[in-house]
Design a protein around this ligand. Structure first.
Ligand SMILES: Cc1cc2nc3c(=O)[nH]c(=O)nc-3n(C[C@H](O)[C@H](O)[C@H](O)COP(=O)(O)OP(=O)(O)OC[C@H]3O[C@@H](n4cnc5c(N)ncnc54)[C@H](O)[C@@H]3O)c2cc1C
Length: 356
């Protein structure tokens, strides 16, 4: 009997699988390509919410865990996917400059905010009120990470490329059986695909569609990620990502003309250089009504071998290692989860007819 079946190969599934590997647990990952949030993500990590100058939830703790976590994964797979990337917020007024310094003086913010504003030296960037630089930022190349992670699993015969058949799962008191696989526990990490999961789709996962453009602007020569009306993120070689949009109605991963026009309009507010749009991608962020992850054990005692790792919203890169670590400690050591991310906060939503 193996320890885990993991459903999903996005940031959630991979972070759990890597944590399981580092804990010498045996597992199989099953995944299809029905969701792709992790693959279209820019993979940027940044502890601040730059729109409002607030701290992202548990950002400091998450960074402290995530950096050594990704480093170990890179070493194990002999691949580099964690790249340093400077991130700066274009300040729009003297008032915003003042807000930057007011925030910087608050406890815990000094670690992440530069105490000196940057002057703009790029003639193609509009930033007359200078820029505030965030510290401890970077970018995970999520496609490279996922490809090398899955390739390694395929070589070890730990990866099954298929859509999980929920009807084929047999749930026993102390283990689960899926087709010919017997495991102690199953971890569902399907991103927005949770909507198809009969045991966890009672949870209030909203899903927020996001689209990015890729542009080619060889003259721009900007090395920092810039946040203004939207993000401009350098990928190297004259290529940049521009985005992302936030839409709550459309739950498809299809790109739209509306998003393309919205992003071009926003980009032109702070960039004056000519550019060519070379690609456009879309995905659904697994967002939750209370903006906290969905982690934990199924509330029904008959389903206690079923676990969830989801709800990473727009910050999967930093939340992933932290939430995966918390989940494995819950399973293996019965250590309670942080109540803010524990799905037990929604136990009352589990339909009463299924509780019998
Ligand atoms: C446009 C955009 C930009 C973003 N930018 C950033 C960013 O810069 N930084 C950041 O930290 N976060 C970013 N995010 C958020 C981040 O992408 C998500 O938080 C994260 O990817 C969620 O990971 P996940 O594994 O939960 O979901 P997903 O990446 O969607 O993965 C779910 C996996 O489960 C599989 N699956 C689903 N159902 C089944 C099934 N029934 N059977 C088998 N497999 C199944 C899917 O095919 C997929 O492989 C962005 C998101 C979007 C959409």
């Amino acid at each position: 009997m193996i320890d885990y079946v993991i459903v999903g190969s996005g940031l959630a599934g991979i972070c759990f699988a890597e944590t399981a590997t580092q804990n010498e647990k045996r597992f199989v990952m099953i995944s299809d390509h029905s969701q792709n949030a992790s693959l279209v993500a820019a993979g940027m990590y940044n502890p601040l919410v730059l729109k409002r100058f607030t701290m992202a939830w548990q950002a400091g703790k998450q960074l402290d865990l995530a950096m050594p976590f990704y480093q170990r994964m890179q070493e194990r797979l002999s691949v580099q996917f964690n790249h340093k990337l400077r991130v700066a917020r274009i300040l729009s007024s003297v008032e915003e400059q003042n807000n930057w310094f007011v925030t910087l003086d608050k406890p815990a913010f000094g670690r992440f905010m530069s105490s000196q504003l940057l002057s703009n030296n790029n003639t193609f960037v509009k930033a007359p009120h200078q820029l505030g630089e965030v510290k401890e930022t970077g970018r995970i190349d999520t496609v490279k990470m996922r490809d090398s992670f899955v390739k390694d699993l395929i070589e070890k015969q730990q990866f099954i490329s298929e859509s999980f058949d929920y009807n084929a799962l047999e749930i026993k008191a102390d283990h689960i059986v899926y087709k010919e696989i017997k495991a102690k526990n199953i971890i569902f990490a399907e991103g927005y695909g949770l909507k198809q999961n009969p045991w966890f789709n009672y949870l209030p996962l909203v899903g927020t569609k996001g689209e990015y453009l890729s542009i080619y602007a060889p003259e721009l020569k900007e090395e920092k990620a810039l946040k203004s009306a939207c993000f401009l993120i350098p990928l190297g070689g004259g290529y940049y990502k521009v985005g992302a949009t936030y839409k709550w109605q459309d739950k498809t991963s299809k790109t739209t003309l509306e998003a393309r026009e919205e992003l071009i309009k926003k980009l032109k507010k702070f960039i004056t250089v000519d550019f060519e749009v070379v690609d456009q991608v879309a995905g659904i962020r697994p967002t939750v009504t209370d903006r906290r992850p969905l982690v934990g054990r199924h509330p029904d005692s008959k389903l206690k071998r079923l676990f969830l790792l989801n709800g990473f919203g727009s910050r999967g890169v930093l939340i992933g290692p932290y939430a995966a670590q918390a989940l494995i400690t819950l399973i293996e050591e019965e250590e309670p989860l942080d109540v803010e991310m524990d799905i037990s906060r929604f136990s009352a939503h589990w339909p009463s007819d299924q509780k019998k």
